[in-house]
Design a protein around this ligand. Structure first.
Ligand code: RFL
Ligand code: PHB
Length: 408
């Protein structure tokens, strides 16, 4: 099997890359180890930055997002039972974000790819990247019980944090920067309308809590038409900071609601609506960057190269930035013969990656309570939050980081 760009992984990075290359007239093959249903149902991100929304629109993959996604113009910070709204457009000159789940982005991109794109093979597991330093790299993979090699001009590893792409970069040319946090997130989905019309990020002495939302699972009218959806039709997505290595089953539904109630409480009588919890899982928190993001003709993109803790809602958006950078660089190479932009890929991506790492780290440390936190640390967190409420400059810094750093 032979193609121009071999893509490992059909998460948001691999799927969007295939779409961008198709639009630029460049052929690719996507290898995905899981089946379609698994990829389409894996619960993850929920917030798209303005730049991600713009890229999906320009790629012709935003029709459903524009109908069903919820544009959000701000978030609420809660601490000391107080509420403070951060107004994104007012602070950033008109930028905002979109609530539209990663599952839906993937479903949309898969449908387009299967209808008009190049091959997308499910249950095709990449085993190794070969010849990254040569002109003819390849991906050895297993599909339908047989081993085969996908020969390519370029390989882009979009295979997430546990993939094989990153392992093909020799240890002596790569450097890893990493931080783990001594806590995780217990995430739930619940069949009840969100209790607030924007996301709520809460700092509490008992730990962090986040109130978010998702579109309802069934959204079609009998006519087949899809209506534009009011927030009241959405369901609740919420997270609680929990100790490292917590088992989701250690928490009963009632305990989860009680804890959300405590951490989200305000002094103005706001109420949290409860409902049936339909999903519960725990995610560890990690910051990770592997440099460089390119080795010969192998390029790393998305979670394959970097992880951020989810507090800043940056992971999916960074993945989008990487593949846009690669697609533009390869298009430039094919149009002009110059490898200048491909050569600069790692440096171009890493600048944005480190800004997102910084932002996610700052949000995480401002809002979570470390197990060894001292009263001094608590006061510093409150002072950081208070600064955001009191200073236009501090509010702008948060709003610019949240709505996203520019792609260029
Ligand atoms: P993915 O989505 O992990 O996709 C990688 C794909 O590669 C496949 N794969 C292989 N295929 C073939 N051969 C192999 N050997 C393979 N090994 C792996 C996998 O099956 C998979 O399909 O990586 P990608 O595309 O880089 O996308 C990254 C995002 O998924 C991730 O950064 C975000 O989900 C992070 N994230 C959030 N990001 C945001 O921008 N906004 C958010 O609000 C947000 N919230 C979150 C999050 C991540 C979370 N978790 C679960 C880590 C909330 C949570 C709870
Ligand atoms: C989500 O809705 O899953 C979500 C929202 C904001 C975050 C992280 C996750 O910062």
């Amino acid at each position: 099997m032979r193609t121009t760009v071999g893509i490992i992984g059909a998460g948001p990075a691999g799927l969007l890359l295939a779409r961008l290359l198709h639009n630029a007239g460049i052929d690719s093959v996507v290898l995905e180890s899981r089946d379609r249903a698994y990829v389409e149902q894996r619960q993850r991100a929920g917030i798209l930055e303005q730049g991600t929304v713009d890229v999906l629109r320009a790629a012709g993959a935003a029709e459903r997002m524009d109908r069903e996604g919820l544009p959000h113009d701000g978030i609420e910070l809660r601490f000391d039972k107080r509420r403070h709204r951060v107004d994104f457009p007012a602070l950033t000159g008109g930028r905002s974000v979109m609530v539209y789940a990663q599952t839906e982005v993937c479903k949309d991109l898969i449908a387009i790819q299967l209808a008009e794109g190049g091959p997308l093979l499910f249950e095709a597991q990449a085993l190794a990247v070969e010849g990254a330093e040569t002109e003819r790299p390849g991906v050895r993979f297993r599909h339908e019980g047989r081993e085969d090699v996908l020969e390519c001009d370029y390989v882009v590893a979009c295979d997430g944090s546990w993939g094989v792409g990153r392992k093909a970069v020799p240890a002596d040319v790569s450097q890893v920067f990493e931080r783990t946090y001594p806590f995780g997130w217990l995430g739930i989905l619940a069949d009840v309308a969100p209790s607030h019309d924007e996301l709520v990020y809460a700092r509490h002495d008992r730990g962090f809590a986040l109130l978010s939302m998702r579109p309802p699972v069934s959204r079609r009218h009998p006519s087949g038409e899809v209506a534009s959806l009011p927030v009241s039709s959405y369901i609740t997505r919420a997270y609680l900071q929990v100790p490292d290595a917590t088992d989701a089953d250690d928490w009963s539904d009632e305990e989860i609601w009680d804890e959300l109630d405590r951490r989200l409480e305000t002094s103005d009588g706001w109420r949290l609506e409860r409902g049936v919890i339909t999903s519960k899982s725990v995610t560890p928190m990690r910051s990770y960057v592997q440099e460089p993001m390119r080795h010969g003709r192998l390029f790393l993109a998305g979670d394959a190269a970097h992880i951020v803790p989810p507090t800043g809602a940056k992971g999916l958006n960074l993945a989008v930035g990487d593949v846009v950078t690669f697609a533009r660089a390869l298009t430039h190479r094919l149009e002009t013969g110059s490898t200048e932009r491909l050569d600069a890929y790692s440096q171009t991506c890493l600048r944005r990656v480190w800004q997102a790492e910084r932002f996610s780290y700052a949000m995480t440390t401002m809002l979570h309570r470390a197990p060894d936190a001292t009263p001094f640390d608590d006061r510093i967190q409150l002072a950081r939050l208070d600064r955001i409420t009191a200073s236009h400059a501090a509010g702008t810094d948060l709003a610019e980081g949240y709505t996203g750093f520019p792609l260029d």
